[in-house]
Design a binder for this molecule. Structure first.
Ligand SMILES: NC(=O)C1=CN([C@@H]2O[C@H](COP(=O)(O)OP(=O)(O)OC[C@H]3O[C@@H](n4cnc5c(N)ncnc54)[C@H](OP(=O)(O)O)[C@@H]3O)[C@@H](O)[C@H]2O)C=CC1
Ligand SMILES: O=C(O)[C@@H]1CCC=N1
Length: 312
């Protein structure tokens, strides 16, 4: 059982998704083998636990354009242990790779998609297959115009923390049908194994691209700025970064896991006449909220332009 997943354009995001998925399969494999050992020890029989089903990818093909990038990728996946060996890395062999795959994850730059999907034989190689595009700003209907109608096109917007299985992925809603149920299972298996995954209508994709796709960059600016404040007040740099990162993670986890509203969390920290309110007012004087929110607005507007031909 299992199927072959091809990552078409395996750079920063292709590596993040692929290494997260391989890591999740490796973790399952470890659990499986220790359970098998335990069961054979206690009962003398081995019961297969969690054998890969049709929605689990078991073989991977990573495509790049340059041999130099392929060499680097072989090192990356070579270091991922036994399962890393099931990754075949190829340069300039897109059509052959797609032909050999069951599901294709399109991870190239938005402006290259048309040329890559237009390669001779690509339409045929993609026929009847599931094509998941993570491209910012390129719409489903644009992609459908470049492939045969039998290719099922969906969009996903993951982010770099997928690499450590702490990602946020938004997937475009699927039409309800039997074949969509299989596709939904495949998509959920990939993206839930590397973080949170939720379905949203495609009309929201530019905003999701800005908020969670670009979000790690915005969060890191805030994190660095907090650490800089600590350094300004005499903290060593490494400790300042640790304090800032763990504090952001803790606050985020309280909101996500504990169901606490950020305002509640902020109010609980803010002692009347204390230091937190003094810091908060200084931040508000700098229009921190509208600056961050406008950042998401501008990034959303820019995302919507990314799939369009460059202006002369
Ligand atoms: N970076 C991010 O955080 C996020 C990015 N995205 C989207 O993901 C996509 C990829 O971004 P990112 O990973 O940052 O980009 P990268 O530039 O890191 O990766 C692009 C990859 O495409 C490969 N490539 C280029 N030309 C071809 C070709 N003709 N055939 C096959 N492969 C090719 C490159 O290989 P080579 O090195 O050999 O040229 C490279 O591996 C973009 O569309 C972006 O909008 C979405 C969410 C988050
Ligand atoms: O900056 C970009 O265009 C891509 C899309 C989301 C994150 N990085």
């Amino acid at each position: 059982m299992g199927y072959t997943l091809c990552v078409l354009g395996c750079g920063t995001m292709g590596i993040a998704v692929l290494s997260g998925v391989i890591d999740s399969l490796g973790a399952k494999q470890q659990i499986r083998s220790s359970l098998e050992k335990w069961e054979s020890h206690t009962s003398g029989t081995v019961t297969p636990v969690g054998t890969p089903d049709a929605s689990t990818p078991t073989r991977f093909i990573a495509c790049v354009s340059r041999e130099e990038s392929a060499k680097k990728l072989r090192t990356v996946f070579g270091n991922l242990g036994e399962l890393g060996e099931s990754v075949e890395v190829v340069a300039s062999q897109n059509v052959r790779a797609v032909r050999d795959a069951d599901v294709v994850l399109l991870c190239c730059k938005p402006q290259l998609a048309h040329a890559i999907l237009g390669e001779q034989g690509m339409k045929e190689a993609l026929a009847d297959k599931l094509l998941i595009s993570i491209l910012a700003g390129v719409t489903i209907s644009q992609i459908q115009g470049w492939v045969f109608p039998s290719t099922k096109v969906i969009r996903a917007m993951p982010n770099t923390p997928c690499k450590i299985r702490e990602g946020m992925t938004v997937v475009s809603t699927l039409p309800s049908s039997e074949s969509s149920d299989t596709d939904r299972a495949i998509i959920l298996k990939i993206f839930s194994s590397i973080g949170r995954c939720r379905f949203l209508e495609e009309k929201h994709f530019d905003a999701c691209t800005a908020l969670s796709g670009s979000g790690p960059a915005f969060a890191c600016i805030f994190l660095e700025a907090m650490a800089d404040g600590g350094v300004m007040m005499g903290l060593p740099r490494a400790e300042a970064l640790e304090l800032a990162a763990q504090t952001l993670q803790g606050a985020a986890r309280m909101v996500l896991g504990g169901g606490i509203h950020p305002a509640q969390l902020k109010d609980a920290v803010t002692t009347p006449g204390g230091c937190t309110i003094a810091g908060l007012l200084a931040l508000e004087d700098g229009r921190v909220r509208s600056t961050i929110a406008r950042g998401i607005q501008i990034a959303t507007e820019r995302a919507s332009e990314l799939g369009q031909p460059a202006k002369k």
